[in-house]
Design a protein around this ligand. Structure first.
Ligand SMILES: [Zn+2]
Ligand SMILES: [Zn+2]
Length: 273
């Protein structure tokens, strides 16, 4: 059983939800739409980390940076249509959109179905603190929907709706364990590095993945906590993924995209697996 905790400020209990299936359901395909592909500083005008995944049976966000609600509305994705939010690590450009999402779900889209928010240990406290800093009292008010928080343990599969999520510990100081995520659904594997410097564990993350979405903050500069394109390319042959797309792009690599030989994510870009 997954370690599952309900925040003290939320009603609880997950339940099976009715979904209106869209195109991917009919085809058995998974839709991946990049909502935010930038770094924490909005380099290149790109929005912060957020990926929308539609399995046909459920819809989730992979990371929810502070700008995610803006990105969702640009793409016509309502907060009520999201079943789960999966968080790689507790930095604002990866989970800072959650307070806005929850308030929108309550006040604007008037959500009534349960929401799952899964992430590393410390998730519940950090979300509660963020809500109280941004909108005092907002974490304690009664809502018309429940939130089931899941603090995922590293190296243990978490069952979330129709997805199996496997968190792998990476190297990225964020005040809580940082994860890369391997998401299995419908026979497909979507892997995501989150933010991390190079670690051999990324080979585990990418192995056999239909898609590996990997951060590439710099072009060649090596810094702690993040990957560069050069480092990623030096290890490319070790990554057993079928497809690799880079994201979380900073100013430095954005100025050198002409030299990049990998697929590069763009805000609003959609692909079908
Ligand atoms: Zn980070
Ligand atoms: Zn980041």
């Amino acid at each position: 059983m997954n370690p599952s905790m309900n925040g003290g400020f939320c009603k609880n209990e997950e339940s099976e939800q009715e979904k209106s299936d869209t195109a991917p359901a009919a085809t058995g395909k998974i839709s991946i739409r990049f909502l935010g592909t930038g770094d924490n500083f909005g380099s290149g005008g790109r929005l912060q980390a957020c990926i929308h995944m539609d399995t046909g049976k459920s819809r989730c966000l992979i990371d929810c940076g502070a700008s995610s609600l803006i990105a969702m509305k640009r793409e016509g994705i309502g907060s009520a249509a999201i079943d789960a939010i999966l968080i790689s690590h507790l930095h604002g450009d990866h989970f800072g959109g959650i307070p806005f999402f929850i308030l929108d779900a309550q006040l604007i889209s008037r959500r009534e179905t349960p929401l799952v928010i899964a992430g590393p240990p410390g998730l519940i406290q950090r979300v509660q603190e963020a809500m109280e800093v941004f909108y005092p009292g907002s974490s304690r008010i009664e809502r018309n929907f429940s939130i089931n928080f899941i603090e995922m343990a590293e190296g243990e599969n978490a069952r979330i709706g129709d997805m199996s999520v496997f968190p792998v510990r990476v190297i990225h100081g964020s005040g809580a364990p940082p994860y890369a995520l391997r998401i299995e659904c419908g026979g497909k594997i979507i892997a995501y590095s989150g933010d991390t410097e190079w670690t051999e564990d990324l080979r585990t993350v990418a192995e056999g993945a239909d898609l590996f979405i990997c951060e590439s903050y710099y072009f060649e500069k090596q810094i702690k906590n993040h990957l560069s394109y050069r480092t990623l390319m030096a290890h490319r042959a070790e990554l057993g993924c079928k497809r690799l797309i880079i994201t979380h792009l900073g100013e430095d690599i954005l100025g050198r995209l002409g030299q990049v030989e990998l697929e590069v994510a763009e805000d609003g870009m959609e692909l079908i697996l």
